[in-house]
Design a protein around this ligand. Structure first.
Ligand SMILES: NC(=O)c1ccc[n+]([C@@H]2O[C@H](COP(=O)([O-])OP(=O)(O)OC[C@H]3O[C@@H](n4cnc5c(N)ncnc54)[C@H](O)[C@@H]3O)[C@@H](O)[C@H]2O)c1
Ligand SMILES: O[C@H]1[C@H](O)[C@@H](O)[C@H](O)[C@@H](O)[C@H]1O
Length: 339
């Protein structure tokens, strides 16, 4: 491995361009070796000013570019399976943005391909596991001081959704974060999901079912509720309250800037995830680079990506049918046994 890990970034949109900047200027131990986007101008713009970077319009060409030793996938979810399998075929470690693969059959193919190779290569971009507030909550719950967790109440609000966003994506793209956070915080698999439709907001694009109210059940009887509202118009808000047998703990309310002026105090609310989770993305990518350089995967992996896809797909079915829907996972390959 070279002195600086050579990373190919696939997809140079909102997240991809931000990850290119992060790898180039924030994170230590890595460099951007290639950028690929079918939109050549976008790829060129993201790579501008970086020495020795190859710019391509296909993922395959970027993976085969000189000096590429690892891959960061930030293309749309539908392109992830092909990119992951191409990276595995070359033995390249990967950090893949969520959702790993939006449909569970494709996600299982990724798990099976990695398991066949006998070596963990993929980390999935569930960056909340690196957010300092989420980490404090996790340590508190693991420490057991509050007793067993009984419920998680989660709020996930976006100012607005991108034009391509569908009603299913509220679950597969947005709630995928709560699915992973709940599995990680509670150390339990989800077993069933029910998605309810509150009265639709007049602020949502026509036809989009927004907000939605999602209720997960877990294998040891905890309940997790999630308000997902992606066109709330007023702020990017992510909160989580854990209610345990002898206490509760809440995160997500400390991200405001309090400005006092002209006889009034005003709190500024972040408007998007790049602001709210800036620190988490930096920590996530640094941890991935460090682990990759040691030949390891230490973050959420392909099994976590698969489990999230299954729960989200069951959620979409529940949204369509209005009924409680079981979450059924395939047997977990030994490669993913906890170490
Ligand atoms: N972790 C987070 O909080 C977070 C936030 C936003 C987006 N995301 C995820 O990041 C990914 C990208 O989202 P985005 O908001 O940047 O989307 P985007 O639409 O802004 O960018 C996607 C880019 O990928 C390019 N692309 C399309 N097909 C490609 C392919 N086969 N190979 C390479 N590039 C391809 C597109 O031309 C576009 O430039 C998605 O999986 C999304 O869910 C994660
Ligand atoms: O892709 C984005 C991203 O994952 C954000 O973290 C989430 O808040 C949005 O709802 C989702 O659309």
């Amino acid at each position: 491995m070279s002195e600086l890990l050579g990373v190919a970034v696939l997809g140079a949109g909102h997240m991809g361009a931000d990850h290119v900047r992060r790898l180039d200027r924030v994170v230590s131990g890595a460099r951007v070796a290639a950028v690929a986007d079918p939109d050549a101008d976008r790829a060129k713009e993201a790579a501008a000013g970086i020495d020795g970077v190859a710019v391509h319009t296909t993922a395959e060409a970027a993976l085969d570019a000189p000096g590429v030793e690892a891959v960061l996938i930030a293309s749309p979810g539908e392109a992830h399976e092909e990119a992951l399998l191409a990276a595995f075929a070359r033995g390249l470690p990967v950090l893949c943005e969520k959702p790993m693969v939006p449909d569970s059959a494709g996600a299982l193919r990724v798990v099976e391909a990695e398991a066949r190779g006998g070596r963990r290569l993929a980390q999935i971009g569930f960056m909340r596991r690196y957010d300092p507030e989420y980490r404090r909550l996790k340590s508190l719950l693991d420490g057991g001081r509050l007793g067993r967790p009984l419920m998680l109440h989660c709020v996930h609000r976006n100012v607005s959704s991108p034009p391509h966003f569908t009603s299913a994506m509220l679950v597969t793209s947005s709630v995928s974060h709560e699915i992973d956070a709940a599995r990680w915080l509670l150390g339990q698999e989800l077993t069933a999901v029910t998605v309810l439709r509150p009265r639709p907001s007049a602020g949502a694009p026509a036809g989009l079912i927004d907000p939605q109210f999602v209720l997960f059940e877990t294998e040891r009887g905890a309940l997790v509720d999630v308000e997902i509202f992606v066109n709330c118009g007023f702020g990017y808000e992510v909160r989580c309250e854990a209610v345990c047998e002898s206490g509760s703990a809440r995160i997500g309310e400390a991200h405001t800037l309090l400005v006092t002026a002209a006889g009034a105090a005003r709190e500024e609310v972040p408007q998007d995830y790049l602001v709210r989770f800036a620190d988490a993305y930096d920590r996530q990518v640094q941890a991935w680079v460090d682990a990759t350089r040691r030949g390891r995967v230490t973050g959420p992996g392909a099994w976590d990506g698969y489990a999230a896809s299954v729960a989200a797909e069951a959620g979409v079915r529940s949204l369509e049918t209005g009924t409680r829907t079981p979450v059924v996972l395939a047997p977990r390959p030994a490669l993913y046994d906890p170490s």
